[in-house]
Design a protein around this ligand. Structure first.
Ligand code: ADP
Ligand code: ASP
Ligand code: MG
Length: 405
């Protein structure tokens, strides 16, 4: 008998019919003898609806109250699923994050899980019940409701699996696994049978929203075998696990992209020690996270400085930079929020040269201009104009032979 954690995302519980279909699946697994913990998201569209309500009330809703509001979405789903299971004579009990005691820090809207008390859940499992847990939410030391950031139910599921030492954590969603790239953008994308934690972490960090980044970090840290599967059809899905040293690794496992990018440039900055910190310090002080940074080689004693931020931070970033430019006596400030980042990811890159040049020549052949480049051991990222995103991703997908065979 195994202990399995299954997570069902928004589309998978988007209607009463879908909730009933999930209940059929869960009841069957329970009958087969497995202990089951089920983590669910809000019904599809619900979190966005709640965000919309808040924005009609206030330009800047209080973060604490936002969490009280957003956590209601998942509470609806746990109750409905529990009722559906009971209707199938499958004993079940639903719990909110705070009832389980999923303890988080106090950073509202993007809290991190610190500890999970598994005792209540364990007692239910021992009594033969299916335990249903609301994803995406927890409680801080002071008893305030917190949420874990968009896509956070993935992290709830993996954290529950780690805390209760489950045999596997299964993420059921609207695609039947992790693909070489988003199948909605490249229909020829191929499902991966297996991918390493390390690669999945890069893919998620670089924009593949199939799993929340934190869920992959947790899975890797606690060695939780993680599988992404379709809730609409049967199949093996994609297993995310440690690198199998005996298996030959493909050069490139996947292509990730991120549309939420913007680029800021400050031109003609006097080239002196401390300039980077005098530019980026105020940006960081404004709580704006910086991603890529490029400083040009100085000519005539001045230099140019470019960096990327989340698109939501673009307007505020420009304001901060205008002020910095005045203080430093820089020539001008410019910005572009119509850019995207495209990245190749693969552990095979470690042992192979020439991937970057093939990437650049592929984009050049499509007349796509590369605005910025950054690399690490297992990834290469480029910033390009937003209008070339689909073209670029498709061209790279083909050039690196990632299509379905
Ligand atoms: P859920 O609501 O179940 O959490 P999400 O919308 O968060 O589902 O994640 C599933 C979506 O992730 C898919 O519909 C797909 O468009 C997108 N996606 C992005 N990159 C990939 C990828 N490499 N492989 C599979 N799906 C991807
Ligand atoms: N309901 C939350 C969201 O839409 C959490 C999740 O679905 O994982 O982001
Ligand atoms: Mg998701």
């Amino acid at each position: 008998m195994a202990l399995i954690v299954q997570k069902f995302g928004g589309t998978s519980v988007g209607t009463v019919e879908r909730i009933n279909a999930v209940a059929d699946r869960v009841a069957a697994e329970r009958k087969a003898g497995n202990d089951m913990i089920i983590v669910v998201s809000a019904m599809s569209g619900e979190t966005n609806r709640l965000l919309g309500l808040a924005s009609e009330i206030s330009d800047r809703p209080v973060a604490r109250e936002m969490d009280v509001l957003l956590s209601t979405g998942e509470q609806v789903t746990i109750a409905l699923l529990s009722m559906a299971l009971e209707a199938r004579d499958c004993p079940a009990r639903s719990y909110t994050g705070s009832q389980v005691r999923i303890l988080t820090d106090s950073v509202h809207n993007k809290a991190r899980i610190k500890d999970i008390d598994g005792s209540r859940v364990r007692a239910d499992l021992d009594a033969g019940r299916v335990v249903i847990v609301a994803g995406f939410q927890g409680i801080d030391e002071q008893g305030n409701i917190t949420t874990l950031g968009r896509g956070g139910s993935d992290t709830t599921a993996v954290a529950m699996a780690a805390a209760l030492k489950a045999d596997e954590c299964q993420i059921y969603t609207d695609v039947d696994g992790v693909y070489t790239t988003d199948p909605r953008v490249v229909p020829e994308a191929r499902r991966l049978q297996q991918i390493t934690y390390e690669e999945m972490l890069e893919m998620a960090s670089l924009g593949s929203k199939v799993l929340q980044i934190r869920s992959v970090e947790f899975a890797s840290k606690y060695s939780v075998p993680l599988r992404v599967l379709s809730s609409f059809e049967d199949g093996p899905g994609t297993l995310i696990s440690v690198e199998d040293k005996n298996m030959e690794q493909p050069l490139i496992s996947g292509i990730a992209f991120n549309r939420d990018e913007a680029k800021l440039t400050i031109l003609g900055v006097p080239d002196q020690p401390g300039v980077a910190s005098r530019i980026l310090g105020p940006v960081a002080d404004a709580n704006i996270e910086i991603d890529m940074i490029v400083q040009n080689v100085a000519a005539d004693d001045t230099t140019d400085f470019t960096f990327t931020v989340h698109r939501n931070d673009f307007a505020q970033g420009m304001e901060v930079l205008d002020k910095v430019a005045k203080d430093l006596g820089a020539r001008e400030v410019s910005g572009d929020d119509k850019i995207v980042k495209v990245s190749l990811v693969g552990v095979g890159m470690r042992s192979h040269a020439g991937i970057a040049s093939q990437m650049f020549s592929t984009l050049a052949a499509e007349s796509i201009n590369i605005r910025m480049i950054s690399t690490s051991e297992i990834k290469i990222s480029v910033v390009i104009d937003e209008k070339y995103l689909e073209l670029g991703v498709r061209a790279l997908h083909q050039a690196f032979d990632l299509e379905q065979k």
